[in-house]
Design a protein around this ligand. Structure first.
Ligand SMILES: Cc1ncc(COP(=O)(O)O)c(C=O)c1O
Length: 386
């Protein structure tokens, strides 16, 4: 079914076709060509980090992180229950057992006050997700990691260019992962990146990303032939995708400004209505700058969410739910270290609704979304009103 206002619409920044044509003309369509190098340089410079490697997805960057940390069957990895499967699956693939943390009711990010009791002598890593592009409480999480000698990885899929106390997220953990899937602020259809903040991982990351070979040393002229030296896979994207992505990166200011305006318009138009209908809008901590990745609302009940999704559909608007709790999923239970209790995740995952959000969402279309929302009668509200 197609909608007048879809949930997401991939938006071009302008130079995508030109750069792809250039990439084809360059005669380097495989990975690590000139456009990949330019994307690496862009992110390394903007974020001020030692090394960034483009990958075929954020999922694959997370798999690289699990390999780099040598996660195995003896290890436990703490992940929020409220996240995309890849955050957990990447570590389960290495045999690690998962421990699910509940999230904060305000930001929906891993609740740092619940973290320490989840740590055991087997804990190898804590993976945080900056949900909706809003940073986690990183000082506390990093301090807990340091106190216990546990590595912190940031799944920064939603949050490129958000700042925690003036520092970019994705630069705080030893490793971080980015997504350039078509729903993200900067996209190339499918794509991702591994951000390497601890230089000790650089050489091995190059090997893992190149099928476990020392091919990059060969290209640098350091060995006369390349060979299989470690586990790895094919995690590098074609230079054609990097060409598309570079066009998006170069429009960073424009893209972020458009998204900031969409987010602010939703917030401002809906604030009063939300307040009087028991709907919660996103909370952005005062010391954080968000990435304007999505706009979600927490509705009074699961039934309200279902009815509101249908109401929006009737006006050709697609609103969507988000993650279902990992700790309750079939695989989530199978790969868990032990059973977990995550009541906040269970509650909010049933009530969360995401609104259409893309760079080129017009004022008119956005007004149509907000006026349609405001015509909806919540069950509790109509009971109160009658
Ligand atoms: C928090 C989070 N991590 C990882 C991913 C996976 O990203 P990708 O599709 O680039 O593999 C997603 C997907 O949206 C996500 O929401």
């Amino acid at each position: 079914m197609s909608y007048r206002i879809p949930f997401n619409r991939p938006c071009l920044a302008g130079n995508e076709y030109r750069y792809i044509a250039e990439a084809i003309a360059n005669g380097h369509a495989s990975g690590d060509g000139p456009f990949t190098r330019r994307c690496h340089e862009f992110l390394e410079t903007e974020l001020g980090v030692p090394r960034v490697l483009l990958t075929t997805s954020c999922t694959h960057a997370l798999e690289m992180a699990a390999l780099l940390l040598d996660c195995g069957p003896e290890d436990e990895v703490i992940v929020p229950s409220f996240t995309f499967v890849s955050t957990a699956n990447a570590f389960a693939l290495r045999g690690a057992r998962l421990v699910y943390a509940d999230v904060r009711p305000d930001t929906l990010n891993l609740d740092e006050s619940l973290l320490e009791p989840l740590i055991t002598p087997r804990t190898k890593a804590i993976v945080v997700v900056h949900y909706a592009g809003v940073p986690c409480e990183m000082d506390s999480i990093l301090a807990i990691g340091a106190r216990h000698g546990i590595r912190v990885v940031e799944d920064n899929a939603h949050a490129l260019f958000s700042r925690y106390k003036s520092t970019y997220t994705g630069t705080l953990g030893c490793l971080a992962t980015q997504s350039f899937h078509e729903t993200k602020n900067f996209m190339c259809g499918e794509g991702g990146a591994l951000v390497i903040n601890d230089p000790e991982f650089i050489e091995r990351a190059l090997v893992i990303r190149e099928k476990g070979t020392n091919r990059s040393r060969f290209f640098r002229g350091e060995v006369d032939k390349y060979t299989w030296v470690d586990l790895g896979s094919s995690y590098l994207p074609s230079d054609l995708l990097a060409a598309f992505l570079l066009a998006q990166f170069e429009a960073r200011e424009t893209i972020q400004e458009k998204r900031r305006q969409v987010w602010n318009r939703y917030y401002e138009s809906l604030a009063d209505w939300a307040e009087s209908n028991g709907v919660k809008l996103p909370v952005i901590p005062a010391d954080c700058e968000q990435a304007y990745h999505m706009f979600y609302m927490l509705l009074p009940s699961a039934e309200d969410r279902e009815s509101l999704i249908s109401h929006l559909k009737s006006q050709s608007i697609l609103g969507v739910f988000h993650y279902t709790p990992l700790h309750l999923s079939e695989a989530g239970k199978k790969f868990a270290a032990r059973s977990s209790s995550c009541p906040v995740t269970e509650d909010l995952s049933e009530r969360l609704l995401r609104l259409p959000f893309y760079n080129d969402l017009s004022r008119n279309d956005q007004d149509h979304v907000t006026t349609t929302l405001m015509k909806f009668r919540f069950r509790a509200f109509s009971r109160r009103a009658s």
